[in-house]
Design a protein around this ligand. Structure first.
Ligand SMILES: *Cc1c(COP(=O)(O)O)cnc(C)c1O
Length: 462
């Protein structure tokens, strides 16, 4: 069937705020054209992130009432750790208040200055934790991922040839490897089971442990089922269990594929490492059986980790993201291919060819989406990854100018997506009139969060 329907019904609703275009123009002006500065109540479709924005199920809310808030050894921890032990096969389960605290604990326990941490592509917070512990983060993304429009089923893979080279150069100061599934930084692209297996084999020859960053493990397992030879008759859970079977440890932000609004965990085989981490975490996170979370949060995560394995849900999820991408393509926008698991990425350089890179085409497009239809996406281009080089006083630009539209889980319906696609069709023909932008204020680090911008009309481009 062509029609995609949500495999759930709605028991609780939250009204959308719908502003006029005039009001949105005012909001943009007052926010200095930075979408991070816009109060959420002025946004109709908030596709800024899929992190912590999921709708919880009635079962999750019911489980929260069973939250055992005991300081030590709570029943909720026991239920939480049993679910994660069954899924990952890891004996030692440590809750953390979100994904980055699991990263911080792992890095502080294992990293020495100048150590190299390899991975398919480290997520920003992972890289920041590696670097702030004195380490060096090295990405080894697949060759296929370099071409944004090349259709390849597993663009999230590790480049095994480069991995071999890195290991033969010097394998002494590599305390661990991180495999991120799906590969968020290159667009939510999956990693194949074969690639995970081969990576583990190479690492084993040098006794280097492999950790899986499992933020979107279920979306990844579903892609394996769909795209990898010989996998289509297995359950997603069984595939996920095989993925984890090659790992020495798992880190997860529960704000993604666990349908939770907060939380995370670290799970490991090694008893001594678990002990070391538990000793450290009491200083910053709390007692090891709650790790900065309430008992009710542990319950919501435990239920969410079971619900995410529903193949009806995953079929709907992956199909609806693909439908969204195809709709935007049919409106005339150029998108990164294949579409990711949790988001679509619009290539702003080719979608707005009249805006030169120095006037931030992806900023222009993301602002226009808000003005036109109340949709908030995020610029993933030179505003986010470029910077002002202090030595030369020259702007350094990012390799790609993208706008990411991330889909919160179970929040927006197909008719919301249809409406956005219809608006995109209306708006594309006039997008050749859009202005560019310039910074009027920017911070030294992570400038995209707080920067202020002013529009530069097309006529003034030089
Ligand atoms: C979101 C994310 C993290 C960080 O998790 P937080 O819960 O936001 O701290 C780490 N890795 C990946 C791949 C992520 O998507």
């Amino acid at each position: 069937m062509k029609t995609i329907f949500e495999p759930f019904k709605i028991k609780m609703v939250e009204p959308l705020s719908i502003l006029s275009t005039e009001d949105r123009k005012k909001v943009l002006q007052e926010s200095y054209y930075n979408l991070f500065n816009i109060p959420a109540k002025f946004v109709t479709f908030d596709l800024l992130t899929d992190s912590g924005t999921s709708a919880m199920s009635s079962k999750q809310w019911a489980a929260m009432m069973e939250g055992d808030e005991s300081y030590a050894g709570s029943e909720s921890y026991i239920r939480f750790s049993n679910i994660i032990r069954d899924l990952t096969g890891m004996e030692h389960v440590i809750p953390t208040h979100q994904g980055r605290s699991a990263e911080a604990l792992l890095c502080s326990a294992l990293l020495k200055p100048q150590d190299r941490v390899l991975g398919n592509t480290q997520f920003d917070t992972t890289r920041a934790n590696i670097e702030s512990n004195g380490g060096v983060s090295i990405d080894l993304p697949s060759e296929e991922s370099k071409d944004a429009h090349f259709e390849f089923p597993f663009k999230g893979n590790v480049n095994l040839k480069l991995l071999k080279e890195e290991l033969s150069k010097n394998s002494k100061n590599i305390p661990f490897f991180i495999m991120t599934v799906t590969n968020n930084s290159i667009g939510g692209q999956p990693v194949s089971l074969e690639n995970i297996k081969q990576t583990k084999k190479l690492l084993s020859e040098h006794n280097i442990p492999m950790f899986i960053d499992a933020a979107r493990f279920a979306e990844n397992a579903y892609f394996i089922k769909q795209r990898e030879e010989g996998q289509k008759n297995r359950s997603v859970k069984n595939i996920a269990q095989e993925m984890f079977s090659y790992a020495d440890g798992v880190l997860m932000s529960a704000k993604k594929d666990a349908f939770a609004n907060i939380g995370g965990f670290l799970a490991v085989h090694n008893k001594d490492l678990a002990k070391e981490i538990r000793n450290r975490m009491v200083i910053t996170e709390g007692f090891p059986t709650y790790g900065g979370l309430a008992g009710r949060d542990l319950e919501a995560i435990a239920v969410g980790l079971q619900e995410i394995l529903s193949e009806d849900y995953l079929t709907y999820r992956i199909r609806s993201v693909e439908y969204f991408g195809k709709g935007l393509e049919s409106a005339g926008f150029t998108l990164v291919k294949p579409f990711g698991g949790h988001a679509v990425y619009i290539d702003a350089s080719s979608s707005l060819p009249h805006v030169p890179q120095k006037y931030y085409p992806a900023q222009s497009l993301s602002v226009a989406f808000y003005e036109e239809m109340g949709l908030r996406g995020v610029e993933v281009g030179s505003v986010m990854f470029g910077y002002l080089d202090e030595k030369t006083d020259q702007e350094v630009y990012a390799p790609k100018e993208l706008v990411r539209l991330a889909m919160p889980r179970r929040v927006y319906t197909q008719s919301h997506i249809d409406y956005i696609i219809e608006c995109a069709h209306e708006f594309k023909p006039k997008s050749d009139q859009l202005p560019g932008y310039k910074f009027i204020e920017q911070a030294k680090h992570l400038r995209h969060f707080t920067a202020k911008f002013a529009p530069i009309p097309k006529e003034s481009f030089r």
